[in-house]
Design a protein around this ligand. Structure first.
Ligand code: SF4
Length: 235
C-alpha cells in the first residue's frame, strides 16, 4: 500500500500537467503526489502532505494498492511519471513494484526528493531522472535534519541526479556553494531556482538568481506552474 495525497474531490492526487521545474521543465508528465515528509520547510507549498498540526491526516491522505495507482496513471496516456510529495523516498520500498510494472509498459520516471534518504538500488535501476532538492537554512529545518552526507554522496554518484536549490536571498547562493564544496557536487548538475509562490515574487528574484547561475556555472530554472497557474493545487 502507498500513502497518497487526497484531493478535495476525494480522488488521489494523480494528475496530468507540465513539469514545472528543473532539468525537464515544460515536459508533459503525470504526477503522483505521495504523502508524508521527514522535513518541515516553513515555505513548503504542500504542507497538506505532512503538517498534521494544521491539516487532518484522514482528510488529506489515502492508502492505495499499487494496482489502483497504476490504473489511474495509465489512464492519462502519458509516458513520463513524476513521483513527488511530500518525500517520496519515505515509501521507496513500496514504490519499487509500481515503478517496475510501469517501466515494463514503457514509462519513464522522475523522482523529486529532498536528498536526505539514499535511494534503493532497485529504484536507481529504474528511475530516469532524480530531482534532488536539498534544503538550505531558509527552509527553517535544522542542519542535521536537512543535510545527509551519505545520501548526497549517493546522488552525486548518479549522473542522472540534478541538485535543485530554492534560493531566497543572495546569502543562499553562498550556502549552495559551500554545500557543493562539502559534497563535491558538479556545477553542471546544480540548478538554482528563485523562491516565490506568486509570479511577482518569482520575477523579483529571477534577475539576480540568473546572474548567480552565470557566475558559478549553475543552471537556472523558473517555476513554470507558479507563472502559469499561481499556487493552484493539482496543476
Ligand atoms: S522537503 Fe519538500 S515536501 Fe517536505 S517540507 Fe520541505 S518542501 Fe515540503
Amino acid at each position: 500500500m502507498l500513502r497518497v495525497s487526497r484531493q478535495s474531490s476525494g480522488e488521489p492526487e494523480v494528475f496530468y500537467s507540465l513539469q514545472g521545474e528543473g532539468a525537464n521543465i515544460g515536459g508533459p508528465s503525470v504526477f503522483l503526489r505521495l504523502a508524508t515528509c521527514n522535513l518541515a520547510c516553513t515555505w513548503c507549498d504542500t504542507k497538506y502532505t505532512w503538517d498534521w498540526a494544521n491539516f487532518d491526516y484522514n482528510q488529506e491522505v489515502m492508502s492505495l494498492e499499487s494496482s489502483q495507482i497504476e490504473e489511474k496513471i495509465l489512464g492519462f496516456g502519458c509516458s513520463n511519471l513524476v513521483i513527488t510529495g511530500g518525500e517520496p523516498l519515505l515509501q521507496q520500498s513500496e514504490l519499487v513494484p509500481l515503478v517496475a510494472s510501469l517501466k515494463s509498459r514503457g514509462m519513464t520516471f522522475e523522482v523529486e526528493t529532498n536528498g536526505t534518504i539514499a535511494p534503493l538500488p532497485e529504484l536507481v535501476r529504474d528511475i530516469d531522472q532524480w530531482n534532488v532538492s536539498p534544503k538550505l537554512a531558509n527552509s527553517g529545518n535544522p542542519a542535521d535534519r536537512r543535510e545527509d552526507a551519505s545520501a548526497l554522496t549517493a546522488f552525486r554518484e548518479l549522473p542522472n541526479a540534478y541538485f535543485k536549490f530554492v534560493v531566497n536571498a543572495a546569502g543562499d547562493v553562498e550556502e549552495v556553494c559551500a554545500l557543493r564544496d562539502r559534497h563535491n557536487l558538479p556545477n553542471q548538475r546544480i540548478i538554482l531556482m528563485p523562491q516565490g509562490q506568486t509570479p511577482e515574487a518569482l520575477k523579483l528574484r529571477s534577475g539576480w538568481v540568473s546572474e548567480a547561475c552565470v557566475k558559478e556555472g549553475f543552471r537556472f530554472s523558473t517555476r513554470l506552474h507558479i507563472l502559469l497557474w499561481g499556487d493552484e493545487r493539482g496543476r
